[in-house]
Design a protein around this ligand. Sequence first.
Ligand SMILES: [Zn+2]
Length: 308
Amino acid sequence: MPQLPAMTKLRRPALKLGLAFLLLFLTASLSGAQKQNKLSDITATGGFLMNPYLLPVAPIPPRTPVNHFQAFVIPLTAPQPPRTVTVPIFMFHHVGEAPAGADAIRRDLTVSAADLDGQLNYLQSAGWHPITQTQLSDALFMGRALPGRPVLITFDDGYLDNFTQALPVLVKYDFPATFYIITGKVGQPGYLNWEQIGVMAIDGMDIGSHTVNHEDLSIVSTADLEHELVDSAGALSAHLGHPVYWFCYPSGKFNARVLQAEKADGYLLATTEKWGDRQSSSAPLELSRYRIRNSTGLEGFKDILRSS
Ligand SMILES: [Zn+2]
């Protein structure tokens, strides 16, 4: 079993015990699944192993456009009025140092751990409160109160450095964040594996879907659109043991057809690359975000928040 980094600080001792059982369970059942799965099965599921022992209560038929959250009903008691809340949502990608020889795009996507630490430290000292996806969803759909100066921190693509570099900084400040996973990339070099994703969830992080293959959803076929939406959430739910309601569009690309499918598939919130901080219950699948770049630094970060 791979060693967990010593810096992963779990919040409660009981969780440590839970984590130990989870890892034992994951390892035992994954090795069982590997024995049962042929290579053709693995290819058919998009490159990752569906673990039969971790499926949720109601099995999810693959490639079927059903609402995979149908067993979980949002407790809405009456029609709700439209609501708008001001929540800056930050979009990060890589954290750490870009490899030598990295191109301009890779460097632009990379925020150093020191910059991330400085930005989170500023959030804490200036009285901003990072919230979870559930808090934002409850505020939009049920009018539940948010803490003062709420923000949402998100990371796209599920890179390995999200675990090794970003998670320790988030845990240091006791801040939740959302990690949007490309499920077809899980376990590939440079990307998170399922065990690391499980640890992040236990550490209080939200896990969302960023599709199976990071396709441009505005141009894929209807069958591929359903595959990207349903099978990514299905894989995450199967491994996490709970449904996944949070989504992020690859490269921020979507259209009316994508929104319709997403809603039918049961997603509640989705983030775009539209610049802004006004989030509305009438467009919960079109949340605005602020992209944080390598060049943003602390001053750029403060400027974004000053404009909020
Ligand atoms: Zn992406």
